[in-house]
Design a protein around this ligand. Structure first.
Ligand SMILES: *Cc1c(COP(=O)(O)O)cnc(C)c1O
Length: 460
């Protein structure tokens, strides 16, 4: 037998959730009603839902069994004891604060670690992360390597920080004016691009030279570890757990959404090594999330997330995960569909600039492409371009990111290779009549994180 085509699912299916495709007329009506924003669609109206990999994961039988041993005590739940020790063991952190999801951790970290007017340096921004940094008076500066902004450059570890740029900003602004460096593994908006261990080591070195702290966004750290094992010299014989451990040994702590690599539906945490900062975090978590022994999660949720992270670090799981995403990317590439290269860990990003050359960025090409893909085959995707980037807080102008993309995000353990084939065919068909993708205009624009609930109409 030839097993080289792709790794088959390292699981069998115990429970199924039927899906169906509504008619094209119904899809046209549904997307119009949703204001051409896929976030506003009903889940039931979506045939293959690739909106996000966040909280859309399928849990294992062990995780479901774990749900049954939820200890719902208000304080000191045994599931918290298990989750705390699991995170310490897998990631090597000194202190852990549970939160209801990733942004809960971002809120706490930004509150305790940023003084108004300080700079936060990051490898490209993430929507909620930057929001919390700016809300606390931080000024975000992007220090990702330049190539990350170009969808066509196919190089490994495209999420790396430009260490020279990092050092020159620290020198120019003064180390006391840097709140911290925020290093995301992987970089979601760059296309799920990983960061190399070499880069993490160099970032640590420069940070230590100036006494600057480094916090990771650990949301997709297991996917990042897989890329290191696959592509970075010297890591082929290391386990995913060993690689994760080394990655976080170069950090001062991390924010993490359990809804991604934790393979659960809700949850997150903040990890901190510094005793004093941990003390402050514990004071704030009770205000926004709950007791430091549950942070907005139920006991059963904490049990599931702890088991989920252990499962995520099994090689067969993470290899299948990353290669299934790559399979979809390869089908599209073979057909000449413009995508962000190389394909990252959680999603394939269509390059809307090249997919819709007839549209200007201010006409929201990625937003319109996502809507058109839904009409084509009931596939729900998400805009990651000018709409997601929002407006500059000072000037009120649209941020104009170089990357104007539509994200096809693959939930963990949910869809099969046959579903990937259908998605690829839908994109290929749509590309043949791409001129039908129309310019859009806002009819409702929220002030914060506008992409979630905005509404549009065809601009003609
Ligand atoms: C999803 C995500 C977050 C926020 O986590 P939530 O659990 O959705 O609040 C932060 N950073 C990255 C990179 C993410 O993908």
């Amino acid at each position: 037998m030839d097993f080289s085509k792709y790794p088959a699912e390292p699981f069998k299916i115990k429970v199924v959730e039927p899906v169906k495709m509504i008619s094209k007329e119904e899809r046209i009506a549904a997307i119009k009603e949703a204001g051409y924003n896929t976030f506003n669609l009903k889940s039931e109206d979506c045939y293959i839902d690739l909106l996000t990999d966040s909280g859309t994961n399928a849990m294992s039988d062990s995780q479901w069994a774990g749900m049954m041993i939820g200890d719902e005590a208000y304080a000191g739940s045994k599931n918290w004891v298990f989750l705390e020790s699991t995170i310490k063991e897998l990631f090597g952190f000194k202190h852990v604060v549970p939160t209801h999801q990733g942004r809960g951790a971002e809120n706490i970290l930004s509150t305790i670690a940023i003084k108004p007017g300080q700079y936060v340096l990051g490898n490209m921004y993430f929507t909620t992360t930057r929001y919390h940094q700016e809300r606390n008076g931080g000024i975000f500066m992007d220090i990702i390597r330049q190539e990350a902004h170009d969808a066509t450059i196919d190089i490994p570890f495209k999420g790396d920080i430009d260490v020279e740029k990092m050092e020159s900003i620290i020198k120019e602004k003064g180390p006391e004016n840097i709140a911290y460096v925020c290093l995301a593994v992987t970089v979601n908006l760059a296309g799920g691009q990983p960061v190399s261990m070499k880069n993490m080591r160099e970032v640590r070195k420069v940070a230590d030279k100036y006494g600057v702290k480094v916090f990771y966004d650990a949301t997709r750290c297991v996917e990042n570890a897989y890329f290191i094992k696959e592509q970075e010299e010297g890591y082929q014989d290391k386990t995913i757990k060993e690689i994760c451990h080394e990655m976080f040994s170069y950090s001062d702590g991390a924010t993490c959404s359990g809804k991604k690599d934790g393979i659960v539906n809700i949850g997150g945490f903040l990890a901190i090594n510094d005793d004093e900062l941990f003390g402050k975090a514990k004071e704030i978590v009770v205000v926004f999330e709950g007791m430091p022994s549950y942070g907005g999660m139920s006991g059963r949720d904490m049990q599931a997330i702890a088991i989920g992270f252990r499962e995520a670090m099994q090689f067969e799981y993470i290899e299948h995960r990353v290669k299934q995403v790559r399979y979809l990317g390869d089908r599209l590439k073979e057909a000449g569909i413009p995508i962000v290269e190389p394909v990252g860990g959680h999603a394939v990003f269509l390059d809307a600039r090249r997919f819709c050359p007839h549209l200007d960025q201010e006409q929201f090409p990625a937003q319109s492409l996502a809507a058109a893909l839904y009409v084509e085959a009931g596939v729900r995707s998400m805009e990651r371009g000018i709409v997601s980037a929002g407006r500059d807080a000072k000037t009120g102008e649209n941020h104009k990111p170089k990357l104007e993309t539509v994200r096809l995000t693959i939930p963990r353990r949910v869809y099969t290779y046959a579903h990937m084939d259908i998605v690829a065919e839908a994109c290929i068909k749509l590309f043949k009549h791409k001129e039908d993708i129309k310019p859009l205009k806002f009819v409702y624009e929220p002030k914060q994180l506008r992409f979630f609930t905005a509404k549009f109409d065809i601009a003609e």
